[in-house]
Design a protein around this ligand. Structure first.
Ligand code: NAD
Ligand code: TYD
Length: 351
């Protein structure tokens, strides 16, 4: 094996798809998946590749600087793809500190460890920071986020991600740490924790539970199938220019309420229910505080420079996603037991 690549957060939603893609596509790389296995991390996401000869799992918390340093000394990573994060806006409103610790301090610990390990020879090394479009703030009805759009984060989650992005660029500028950074729009697909809009609503539709739409439901997001995000990460890791930022998006904007109605329609058909039955579960509830109105990504730079474009249509991706959840009830049962119930009550009762 000619390279050792660290992937952080590889037991989570997007990370598990990235780990699978790298383990399967690059037998010549040793892939080390580092994850603290928080509520969002689940090794069941990776059972198909867990015994691959080029795969290693390390349970570690990126806020534990000493542990991170030891792992960098042990494995002498050639590259880092950093996805580990606290990732849910609603949880960041309940407990911002966890986000500041993991997203800011955790990223700083990784940057320090990489800088120390690579200080004498940065050739061929790369720190890839995976970030979000939410750092750009909220759009009105017009316009798109470009790589040059000024940062204007509005939630504790996006502020902590923005801080981590600034740190990565500052280490690039100050210490010449070789880095690339991407800001991606909302992902959806298999293995998505059922606290985010699409998997939460699929699960609630199956169980005939209310579908809690925040505010007027006219908030807009740009949705990308998770496998296409993983493909983009692969391309940027291997072909992206050093020190560059690339926006990644689905060219696929939806108002929440329109998306929810489409989901209901598709699920009525798949579940053999009467048309309109699931839509009756739609319940408008109190808005998220500081709710960003619209996100929309201009992903033309990555398209023009690297030839990346989403390969899965929304129609196809949504259908595959629904099928995956309907076929993986055991996975859902595992992740929705215990702490999930407490979170659900805090977030949705009395609103
Ligand atoms: P996720 O919440 O599903 O997974 C996060 C993973 O990080 C989990 O496996 C968790 O155990 C791990 N983790 C959390 N804290 C940790 C810590 N202190 N130490 C080690 N591991 C820790 O998140 P996701 O949706 O897969 O997002 C992955 C990355 O992509 C994040 O950086 C997120 O900001 C970014 N992103 C997500 C989206 C999206 O739509 N989900 C869009 C753009 C960017
Ligand atoms: P979410 O999946 O949490 O992603 P993000 O906030 O990072 O974009 O939410 C997507 C959109 O759906 C967002 O506008 C908030 C809205 N939403 C609801 O209306 N109800 C819900 O229960 C959830 C989780 C989200």
């Amino acid at each position: 094996m000619n390279k050792t690549i660290l992937i952080t957060g590889g037991a989570g939603f997007i990370g598990s798809h990235v780990v699978r893609l790298f383990v399967n596509s690059y037998p010549e790389y040793r892939i080390v998946n580092l994850d603290a296995l928080t509520y969002a991390g689940n090794l069941e996401n990776l059972t198909d590749i867990q015994d691959a000869p080029n795969y290693i799992f390390e349970k570690a918390d990126i806020t534990d600087a000493a542990h991170i340093t030891r792992l960098f000394e042990q494995y002498k990573f050639d590259g880092v793809i950093h996805l580990a994060a606290e990732s849910h806006v609603d949880r960041s409103i309940i407990d911002p500190n966890a986000f500041i610790m993991t997203n800011v301090m955790g990223t700083a610990n990784l940057l320090n460890a990489a800088r120390t390990l690579w200080k004498d020879n940065m050739d061929g090394k790369r720190f890839y920071h995976v970030s979000t479009d939410e750092v750009y703030g909220s759009l009105g009805e017009e316009g798109f986020f470009l790589e040059t759009t000024p940062y204007d984060p509005q939630s504790p989650y996006s502020a902590s991600k923005a801080a981590s992005d600034h740190l990565v660029r500052a280490y690039g500028n100050t210490y010449h740490l070789p880095f690339v950074l991407t800001n991606c729009s909302n992902n959806y697909g298999p293995n998505h924790f059922p606290e985010k809009l699409i998997p939460l609503f699929i699960n609630n539709i199956v169980n005939k539970k209310p579908l809690p739409v925040y505010g007027d439901g006219k908030y807009t997001r740009d949705w990308l199938y998770v496998i296409d995000h993983a493909r983009a990460i692969d391309m940027v890791f291997h072909k992206g220019r050093n020190g560059e930022t690339y926006n990644i998006g689905g060219f696929n904007e939806w108002q929440n309420i329109a998306l929810v109605k489409l989901l209901c329609e598709k699920m009525d058909a798949k579940l053999g229910r009467n048309p309109g039955e699931s839509a009756e579960l739609i319940t408008y509830i109190k808005d998220r505080p500081g709710h960003d109105r619209r996100y929309a990504i201009d992903a033309n730079k990555i398209n023009k420079e690297l030839g990346w474009y989403p390969s899965v249509t929304f129609e196809e991706g949504l259908s595959k996603t629904i099928d995956w959840y309907m076929d993986n009830q055991e996975w859902l049962d595992h992740v929705t037991s215990g702490d999930y119930k407490k979170y659900y009550e805090t977030q949705y009762t009395h609103r």
